[in-house]
Design a protein around this ligand. Structure first.
Ligand SMILES: [Cu+2]
Length: 365
């Protein structure tokens, strides 16, 4: 009896830790999500000490408003179905960058027709074999093993098809790797758990902190919530990444904690944001508008709640937004630096900023 008790106790002791682990392993994510959800979305600065500085500076520069407007800037109302997914859509979203339009053309005008023709051809061959050459219809099968002509055809035709696909594919790949021109506008995108920061080194270095907007029923009284002007639920954000349209952009991505990915389908843009690294890709948005995207690298509990909203504005409106954020356009910076400062200090600043003045001029033509 005593022995049995001892064995039971030992068994219980052995299973206990595994039970405890099993319990923590499974239900843990739920409470973690709930605990983190509230503070992170409401005030990222308070919840994540590291980011206190950029959040604070962004708030200082941008007085709070219920619709995200600033003096001289009102957020653009997104167009239904543009820059966002549509219900029952199976195609790529409408594209607003040259690479995107090219890629969509490759898909719709080259790949899809080839895939369709090949599938129908193979289906036809299968049906022909099933009907014409089954045992009843063809009791004495042919003993043919080689046919030089057919063998040449079924080698050459696939080679030609692959070459036909390879040419535009490699061309697109090369275009996607093309670095931004020297006068491109730089925007540095930083992924945080779980929101985005956009800093503007060419415009005074301010950072905009961008959080998903909550629904009306989910916010405290007086707190900002999503409206139709902000965009669709789960995609609308409080502060958008505002950029000039028609101007080459140099988008750099990095992350402060874990790997995120900055992805906007309607701009044909996706780039990993990796801690300790700076990735870079060029982008020119062809038309003013609001384009939505999402973090595309599983980055933790609130990965699905860190959407991206890019607002492309005509250059003069972009300049007004920069001013509203407390930044300055590159030309202004050079002028300001040149007048009061001694020559030694002014020269590098002017040299660094002058090229960036060009795109604004280039767009007006
Ligand atoms: Cu993420």
């Amino acid at each position: 009896m005593n022995m049995l008790k001892k064995i039971l106790i030992v068994l219980a002791a052995m299973t206990m830790p595994s039970l405890a682990m099993a319990q923590t392993a499974n239900p843990a994510p739920a409470p973690v999500t709930k605990e983190i959800a509230a503070p992170v979305v409401a005030t990222p600065a308070a919840a994540v000490p590291e980011t206190a500085a950029p959040a604070a500076s962004a708030e200082a520069a941008a007085p709070k408003s219920m619709d995200g407007s600033l003096p001289g800037y009102t957020p653009m109302k997104p167009t239904e179905g543009i820059g966002m997914p549509k219900p029952k859509e199976i195609d790529f979203q409408e594209q607003f960058s040259e690479n995107g339009q090219y890629a969509k053309w490759i898909n719709n005008s080259i790949l899809l027709p080839i895939i369709t023709v090949i599938s129908l051809f193979v289906l036809g061959l299968l049906l022909w074999v099933i009907i014409r050459f089954n045992r009843r219809a063809n009791p004495v099968p042919s003993k043919t093993t080689h046919n030089t002509f057919i063998e040449i055809v079924w080698t050459l035709v696939p080679v030609l098809i692959l070459l036909g696909i390879a040419y535009p594919s490699l061309d697109l790949l090369a275009k996607q790797f093309k670095p931004a021109p020297a006068d491109a506008v730089t925007i540095k995108v930083t992924g945080y758990q779980w929101y985005w920061g956009y800093s503007y080194p060419d415009h005074g270095g301010f950072e905009v902190v961008s959080n998903m907007l909550k629904e009306k029923g989910d916010v405290a009284p007086g707190e900002r919530f999503r409206t139709e002007n902000d965009g669709p639920g789960q995609l609308a954000v409080d502060n958008r990444m505002v950029v000039p349209a028609g101007v080459p952009l140099r988008i750099q991505t990095t992350a402060a904690d874990v790997i995120h990915a900055f992805a906007v389908p309607s701009l044909w843009f996706k780039l990993d944001a990796v801690p300790g690294r700076l990735n870079e890709k060029s982008l020119t948005i062809t038309k003013p508008g609001v384009y939505f995207g999402q973090c595309s690298e599983l980055c933790g509990a609130r990965h699905g709640f860190m959407p991206i909203a890019v607002e492309a504005l005509p250059p003069e409106k972009f300049a007004a937004w920069v001013k509203a954020q407390g930044g300055q356009m590159p030309g202004e910076a050079a002028a300001a630096a040149a007048s009061p400062a001694p020559a030694a200090a002014a020269t590098p600043a002017a040299a660094a900023t002058t090229p960036s003045a060009a795109p604004a001029a280039a767009v007006t033509k």
